[in-house]
Design a protein around this ligand. Structure first.
Ligand SMILES: Cc1ncc(COP(=O)(O)O)c(C=O)c1O
Length: 409
């Protein structure tokens, strides 16, 4: 999404020493989440994967449009429970520790996504002593080889090939028996499968259908009722074509048809990126402009230690330039020629590239650059301490933020 008026106005107003800054438009976020929610049919639940962006105002703005949150560590679990009490939590992820499971049980976590035989035994043992007499709701996470051609071409495949995520499907029957026969303190509700990131709506639908059908066959073999299937997140976000959006309406219609075939089944999803990416921006200013071996570079205040997304995903972060005639210094102002300009940060590594060959003829030091689609897997996945540059400011805009809020990190 190009910058909303509130975001653009604040970027123009901020003094240079208040940059870089992250800006979130919480009203835009709420509208987006509401539109996604209304595309989904009854019986389809939407959780938000907090790992995409766990900022408290972001969680609070999303909460009215959600059925719950997916959390993948004790830290996320405690933070989300405290920030948005009252919404169900699903605790997943590999390598859970005994202390995390105990915390999750004490905080009344509603669902556990178990990833291995060890995970099952540990959860059952800790549940027996922490919440005796309670049956803990469990989904078995499987690494399914469904729709493998789709997974192989996805942005990030976490399933359908050897990975540490989920349970191998060859162990499925033993795992079902282990939960139902050996651990009465656990209640098997169904299956979880987050297999890939970056799938379009038709691809997601094909994978979700295959997961639901595989799960139904598994439970039928054991004479059990399949109550829930969590089909994960991974809805595509296209950084090269920001206007191309995941087709929630087609996905919702497809899920409605799938539920017709499986009456009473709760289909749950847990998107992260596709909910928050569009409503965050990273704003900064040009510090210097130079030519190197025939190419132009603009060095920006900040860099990939704040916004690691383009470095990890290997894309050019979409951006917009806000020019200014203000140049308060007595020395000449560096400026670019007619050619494209590569936008880099202040780090001493050639990997510190935010966007390559941007058509920004005449870009000058002091101009501002506003990077879009910085609301997911951005600040929270970045290596903040490298080179000890100052941290960015954080601004949460909109009525949902109670006018505007600024947070320190
Ligand atoms: C288990 C699980 N669920 C949901 C997500 C969210 O994925 P995305 O942000 O691509 O929607 C992830 C991301 O890694 C995940 O590991």
């Amino acid at each position: 999404m190009t910058a909303t008026p509130a975001v653009r106005a604040l970027v123009r107003d901020l003094p240079a020493n208040a940059l870089p800054a992250y800006l979130y438009d919480l009203d835009a976020l709420g509208e987006h989440a509401s539109a996604v929610r209304s595309a989904l049919p009854p019986g389809v639940e939407m959780y938000y994967a907090a790992k995409a962006n766990p900022e408290a105002p972001v969680l609070a703005a999303l909460a009215p449009h959600l059925d719950g949150f997916e959390v993948s560590s004790g830290g996320e679990l405690a933070h989300v429970r405290q920030t948005v009490p009252g919404l169900p939590l699903a605790f997943g992820g590999p390598g859970k520790t005994p202390a995390e499971l105990e915390l999750a049980l004490r905080l009344g976590t509603e669902r556990f996504h178990v990833e291995s035989a060890h995970d099952v035994r540990m959860l059952a043992g800790i549940a027996a002593r922490t919440v005796p007499g309670t049956r803990v709701a469990v989904l078995l996470r499987f690494n399914l080889a469904v729709g493998q051609d789709l997974l192989a071409n996805s942005a990030l495949a976490m399933g359908g090939r050897p990975t540490p995520f989920g349970i191998d499907p060859t162990e499925a029957d033993d795992m079902v028996r282990a939960v139902t026969d050996d651990h009465p303190q656990l209640q098997l509700r169904g299956v979880h499968a987050h297999l890939a990131s970056g799938l379009t709506a038709p691809q997601q639908l094909a994978v979700a259908t295959a997961v639901v059908e595989w799960s139904a066959r598994l439970m039928t073999r054991h004479g059990l009722r399949l109550s829930e299937v969590n089909v994960g997140g991974g809805m595509a976000v296209d950084y090269a074509r920001p206007a191309e959006r995941f087709d929630w309406s087609a996905f919702g219609k497809g899920l409605a048809a799938l539920r017709e075939e499986h009456q009473g089944l709760i289909v749950r999803m847990e998107p992260g990126r596709a909910l928050t990416a569009y409503c965050g921006w990273y704003a900064t200013e040009v510090l210097d402009v130079k030519r190197s071996h025939g190419e132009e570079f603009a060095v920006l205040r900040g860099g990939t230690h704040h916004l690691r997304t383009p470095a990890t995903k290997g894309h050019d972060q979409p951006c917009e330039v806000l020019t200014t005639d203000d140049w308060p210094h007595p020395w000449p102002r560096p400026s670019a020629g007619e050619g494209p300009v590569t936008l880099v940060g202040q780090l001493c590594t050639p990997k510190d590239v935010l966007a390559r060959k941007v058509p920004a003829a005449g870009l000058r030091a002091g101009d501002r650059v506003l990077f879009e689609m910085a609301g997911a897997y951005a600040w929270n996945i970045s290596h903040h301490e490298f080179l000890m540059h100052p941290r960015p400011g954080f601004h949460f805009l909109g009525a949902a933020a109670g006018r505007a809020r600024t947070l320190d990190h």
